[in-house]
Design a protein around this ligand. Structure first.
Ligand code: PGA
Length: 254
């Protein structure tokens, strides 16, 4: 089964409301080039509703960079899946390494957030990936396996039909170092194999696995040409609409 490529822009803590609006307006002018590719942008929370409103009816979806695991209540500063949906978001990133490392989210937190995202009706992108030392020690697959086992422990086949996984080696995020296409393909195949054992071949065959970590216009074509790489989660290079469009269109030019 052919999987559609999905290119996602993770802006992290960048762009004000007016900067978001300017990006969206440039992006809308380029939508012709992006036909056949699924595009999602992940602005910071204050810009989410506005981006979603401006993109309503277009082929571009909008998502949140994080979600809390409870649907509502006394949780100062947190945002629920219901609020994200209501603001026009359809997707959410769960378990990004910056949240794991900087904010201190552990595997249990990530699993709860994944469950909450699915329960709310959002489409989650679950991020996994090893640190440099772990790769150097030959433990990359062990680390990713542990993250998958924990995050997916409570998940069902139905959940997995709506879940995307992003392989983001921590040493490649924001560093300018990209995994080689071979390294990425090897890990993607490993992830797909695990998902196949756990949820069956049909789910594994339809699962989209994105690569993330210093994806740029210059390397996107080579990465996205791989059948195993179903798209990209783009950080730094997604802040510039022209670069992002170039990345999103790159696989077609191969
Ligand atoms: P980067 O970030 O493209 O800036 O390396 C990727 C990510 O963190 O999703």
């Amino acid at each position: 089964m052919a999987r559609r490529k999905l290119i996602a822009a993770n802006w992290k803590m960048n762009k004000t409301l007016s900067e978001t609006e300017a990006f969206v307006s440039t992006l809308k002018d380029s939508l012709g080039k992006l036909a056949g590719t699924d595009i999602v942008i992940f602005p910071p929370f204050p810009s989410l509703a506005s981006a979603a409103r401006l993109l309503r009816g277009s082929a571009v979806a909008v998502g949140a960079q994080d979600v809390f695991w409870e649907p509502e209540g006394a949780y100062t500063g947190e945002v629920s899946g219901r609020m994200i949906l209501d603001a026009g978001g359809s997707h959410v990133i769960v378990g990004h390494s910056e949240r794991r490392e900087v904010i201190g989210e552990d595997d249990d937190t990530v699993a709860r957030k994944l469950g909450a995202a699915l329960a709310a009706g959002l489409l989650p992108i679950l991020c996994v990936g090893e640190k440099l030392k772990e790769r150097e020690d030959g433990k990359a697959q062990d680390v990713v396996l542990e993250q998958l086992q924990s995050a997916l422990a409570q998940r069902t086949v139905a959940d997995m039909k709506r879940t995307v996984i992003a392989y983001e080696p921590v040493w490649a995020i924001g560093t300018g170092r990209t995994a080689t296409a071979e390294d990425a393909v090897e890990m993607h195949s490993f992830i797909r194999e695990y998902v196949g054992q756990r949820f069956g071949d049909d789910i594994a065959g339809r699962l989209r696995i994105l690569y993330g970590g210093s994806v740029k216009p210059g390397n996107a074509g080579q990465l996205l040409a791989q059948e195993e790489i179903d798209g990209a989660l783009v950080g730094g290079a997604s802040l510039d609409p022209e670069a992002f469009v170039e990345i999103a269109a790159a696989w077609k030019e191969q």
